[in-house]
Design a protein around this ligand. Structure first.
Ligand code: XBP
Ligand code: MG
Length: 275
């Protein structure tokens, strides 16, 4: 069977940009202050809170764990939603101010992929609004249209590490996972992509260096540039110094696709049932 690479599915937070460090964490803290709360998430605390995907879910988890005595009304869905809305407004201002640049190699790879005819998609836990703001600011007003589908966390029942958002994107693309490659930065994101049957390259971020990336086809510290080599933590780039389309095609071709269970061999260890 021909498993030629046809599409790239990008995570956003941590993968396209260091949004957690430069955008979300400061925005959560400013939203707490603006609401008169003395909650402040240090970089260390935030690293632990990132195990909970989704901003509202993260606030709820924090209240339950660190402020269990908070009055029920103050921890209501409406109060958490209001804090989350305020956080995202502040996040959008940070993006517009240029505080959240793309990571090395991201713009180059996106432009190369488009020129090479690869199809592009987004599969993220955050909202469509946050993704659009980042793409428009960093790549120009037309950039959201580069992606055939922007699959966002609020469009699916379960956020990463559930496979839902990747399944949603694959369905919109009408592609089998074997024809795609996911790019992720976190263990939760990797598990979501693998659960959807997607071979996955990890470009780890500040907050995910200690994550478990078993099952990734390649792990790099960033995508790299001609003058900024990527460091390979697992797998290999075939000797290349940075990730480009030729490297992705090669990595994808060398990846062992999941075996057809009807052939009696079972599936590859990290390939769950496709969507
Ligand atoms: C990203 C997240 C998000 C962001 C904040 O995970 O977990 O919650 O931290 O976004 P991933 P919202 O990169 O795996 O998609 O506040 O909009 O949820
Ligand atoms: Mg991420």
């Amino acid at each position: 069977m021909n498993y030629a690479l046809q599409a790239l599915l990008f995570d956003v937070d941590g993968t396209l940009a260091d949004t957690e460090r430069n955008g979300h964490r400061p925005a959560f803290n400013k939203a707490f202050s603006a609401a008169g709360l003395d909650w402040q998430w240090s970089a260390e605390v935030y690293g632990q809170l990132l195990k909970v995907t989704g901003g509202s879910e993260r606030i709820r988890h924090y209240i339950q764990k660190h402020h269990p005595a908070v009055e029920v009304g103050d921890a209501s869905d409406a109060s958490i939603a209001a804090l989350h809305v305020a956080k995202n407004r502040i996040y959008a201002e940070a993006v517009a101010a240029g505080d959240v640049p793309l990571r090395p190699g991201v713009e180059r790879l996106l432009r190369e992929a488009r020129a090479a005819g690869l199809r592009l998609a987004i599969a993220t836990t955050t909202s469509t609004e946050n993704v659009t703001a980042l793409l428009e600011h960093c790549l120009g007003p037309a950039a959201p249209s580069w992606f055939e589908v922007i699959a966002a966390g609020d469009a699916v029942p379960a956020k990463k590490p559930a496979a839902d958002v990747y399944c949603y994107a694959l369905k919109a693309l009408c592609l089998r996972p074997e024809h795609c490659l996911a790019l992720e930065d976190s263990s939760a994101g990797l598990r979501a992509a693998l659960a959807a049957g997607l071979p996955t390259l990890v470009t780890m971020s500040d907050y995910t260096v200690t994550d478990d990336f078993s099952g990734a086809v390649v792990v790099v510290d960033h995508l790299g540039e001609p003058d900024l080599p990527a460091h390979v933590l697992a797998g290999d780039l075939g000797g290349a110094a940075y990730v480009d389309v030729a490297v992705l095609r090669d990595v994808h071709a060398r990846h062992e696709p999941p075996r057809d269970p009807t052939q009696g061999q079972g599936r590859a260890p990290h390939a769950a049932a496709p969507c």
